[in-house]
Write a protein that binds this ligand. Sequence first.
Ligand SMILES: Nc1ncnc2c1ncn2[C@@H]1O[C@H](COP(=O)(O)OP(=O)(O)OP(=O)(O)O)[C@@H](O)[C@H]1O
Length: 358
Amino acid sequence: MNTHAPMVTTRSGASIATRRLSKSFNGTTVLHPTDLEIPAGQILVLLGPSGCGKTTLLRLIAGLEQPDGPDMIRFDGEDVSGVPIEKRNVGMVFQSYALFPNMTVAENVGYGLKVRKVERAQREAETRRLLALVGLEEYADRRISAVSGGQRQRTALARALAIKPRVLLLDEPLAALDAVLRERLRVEIGLLLREFGITAVYVTHDQAEAMAIGDRIAVMEKGRIAQIDVPKEIYHRPANDFVADFVGTMNRIAGRVENGLLNIHGGETMARLNVGGPDRATTLCFRPEAARLASANGAISARVAATTFFGATQRLVAEVSSECRLQLDLPSNVSVTPGQILAFEIDPAAIIEFQTEA
Ligand SMILES: Nc1ncnc2c1ncn2[C@@H]1O[C@H](COP(=O)(O)OP(=O)(O)OP(=O)(O)O)[C@@H](O)[C@H]1O
């Protein structure tokens, strides 16, 4: 994609606010009252497992669903709850491209402008600029049926942006693409949306995609936002167990802290983790990358059950005891073999603690 293409001048997007926005289907609440503030130009990712209400929230913002109550969605402070979708000026990009297969790439991009009766010369100039921006100039005259999945998705994005929407809504736009293309496009789409300065809400159940694209991420669970924050905070400071498990890999060590020490039993050995604080029942969590090799003294020892090579790093499954299996990332140039006993420690700053109910 040509990131040096001339800037397409669009006014930046509108801010979005919802107040106690909720939705039920046949008496079942699928979105509990939700307050959201998305500043103009920000990309918010809705992340969560299947059925948690991501698409419903997106469709409510679009105007494709009616909320349970009145006056709950505002664009730039203006109440749009009663405004039909075609008047809300939202652009939409879906997993299925919803492009016209018999039209060319350029005709698809210019379609919304034609419907809006933008005169031909201006329409063509706009279309050319958008095609340059998404790196599809050479494909302008190809039929949609003759371009790849990634090129179709870029066409869909250019088409959605052509109408200069106030808000862009994307629902799993990369889900149908293969892994390599998905990884490349998620970086490109993030850059493009920022270049446009558009306000975007992006639905995905892929946490790596969410991290790459979102200015902020709202992690959803059962019709509620469990946590909304910048990707780093979501990853390093998950608000609860659900978020910790859904985003990345999280290790857990459960036990009681006494005199500031958590005892970890492992066969005949017992390691003590110095965590401080009052006596309590607790679960300590840490990411695989928070582990590092240590000299045996004062470290936790574990038997290596398996190793997986990842290139720069390797992931070990390490058994501290029969009940405590951990995943640890170490540099891949450290020689480790299954069966070996390994001593490791955990970066104290990377330990997250969730209080266990007494
Ligand atoms: N029109 C509808 N009628 C009845 N139930 C619905 C309707 N639309 C959605 N639901 C239900 O609402 C819940 C939330 O659906 P939604 O599509 O918002 O989830 P999602 O998080 O986007 O899931 P996925 O990732 O699988 O698309 C689901 O249990 C779904 O079955």
